[in-house]
Design a protein around this ligand. Structure first.
Ligand code: NAG
Ligand code: NAG
Length: 378
């Protein structure tokens, strides 16, 4: 079936070159010539290509100009640039992590390899444990749960590794399942969302991509499930304050502590200095019980504030470096707007002066006619 799908895809695509690519395993970058992010990615992309080759990886690396190969880009629903995705046996996997060499290499290795990696010995198990902060392991024989596990892996391999093992190779460790129990075995949707929530390490370096992915991964504290079995918070640290400055629309002093509500972009700041564990716990409890005030959010007024803030941040460096260009950038749209308004008003008064047909302002001349007919019926 997969083969048929890839054959169909190949036939659907006009260019024969991509057939070779499509029928293999390939990480593909869609770029646009004008996109600066794509240009920055270029050297990284070449490095990835040569490194995967020297490692003997089955994954090929390719890139395609989405502005000339529009058919292909459409086929893969490319929206932003650079878009990175993997095609494996005709199945498409999106990459949504940071545009770094390590991130993309890990993605290529993970998705290009087997869906579920078998850990057949204690050594392999321990090696995997050393390499991964969080790992999902299916333990046991074939069952419905294993089927669900495979289908979850099909979807979530873009984010995390999936393993399987037999009971006898498990190291003697306290089993994590007790800390994050996954209860129901029936629904594979539940398994997927459980994996999606728990795939983040306890405390780790977060970038804006990961933060976005965390927001996408769904509510970490689903109301229908036992509250004690779920985390209320993800913990992590961010390097630099650029992202957070953008979020709070101001200058955050580093280091500082902030809680973000990923479902509405609201944020919470500690009421006083956080010096002890007790202070931190009180702050976190305050966030949960609503006694700490939530700032920001995604309401209409916040969006307007954000728009103004973004405009300010974008234009300030332009003004300080090239005031004339700044004036032009701000002035130009306003001038166009003013001219447009002027023309509109002029045309409108023309229409009411005499009823000569005005092509551009068809709507307003019709309105005018309606008014006159209304008057007549009065
Ligand atoms: C990949 O991304 C595209 C566009 O961004 C989206 O339409 C598509 O559903 C995504 N595919 C998967 C498997 O997430
Ligand atoms: C986070 O935002 C959601 C959606 O607005 C809201 O229902 C939830 O109560 C908020 N959580 C906290 C801890 O404020």
């Amino acid at each position: 079936c997969l083969l048929l799908l890839s054959v169909l895809l190949c036939v659907a695509l006009v260019s024969g070159v991509y057939c070779v690519l499509l029928c293999d395993v390939v990480v593909l970058q869609f770029y646009a010539p004008w996109c600066t992010f794509c240009k920055q990615l270029d050297p990284v992309w070449h490095q990835i290509g040569s490194e995967l080759k020297s490692l003997g990886s089955p994954v090929n690396v390719g890139k395609s100009d989405a502005t000339t190969n529009t058919g292909l880009a459409k086929e893969f629903r490319v929206r932003g640039y650079p878009a990175i995705l993997m095609l494996k046996k005709g199945v498409k996997y999106n990459y949504s992590g940071p545009r770094t060499k390590d991130g993309i290499m890990d993605f290529a290795h993970r998705v290009g390899g087997p869906l579920i990696r078998s850990l057949s010995s204690l050594q392999l198990f321990q090696h995997a444990m050393n390499r991964h902060d969080v790992m999902f392991v299916y333990v046991g024989a074939t069952s419905q749960l294993k089927g669900n596990y495979a289908s979850a892996a099909e979807e979530l391999i873009v984010h995390t590794y999936f393993f399987s093992a037999t009971r006898d190779v498990l190291p003697k460790v306290t089993f994590l399942m007790n800390d994050f129990p996954y209860v129901s075995e029936e629904s594979d949707g539940e398994l997927k969302s459980w994996i999606n929530r728990e795939r983040f390490p306890m405390y780790f370096k977060i970038d804006s991509y990961t933060l976005y992915a965390m927001g996408e991964s769904g509510n970490i504290n689903t109301p229908q499930s036992d509250v004690n079995t779920h985390r209320n918070f993800y913990f992590g640290f961010m390097e630099g304050s650029d992202y957070i400055n953008g979020l709070v629309m101001g200058e955050v002093i580093v280091p500082s502590l902030i809680v973000i509500n990923l479902s509405n972009d609201g944020y919470f700041l500690p009421p006083g200095a956080v010096e002890t564990e007790r202070h931190l716990l009180d702050f976190l409890n305050g966030v949960l019980d609503g006694s700490v005030q939530c700032h920001g959010g995604n309401s209409a007024t916040q969006r307007i504030r954000r728009f103004i803030y973004d405009a300010k941040v974008t234009l300030t460096p332009v003004f300080s470096q090239a005031p004339l260009l700044g004036c032009f950038l701000v002035g130009f749209p306003f001038t166009i707007l003013a001219i447009f308004c002027y023309l509109c008003c002029k045309a409108r008064s023309n229409v009411s002066d005499d009823d000569t047909d005005n092509v551009v302002l068809l709507a307003s001349s019709q309105q005018h006619r309606k008014k006159t007919t209304n008057k007549k019926s009065d």
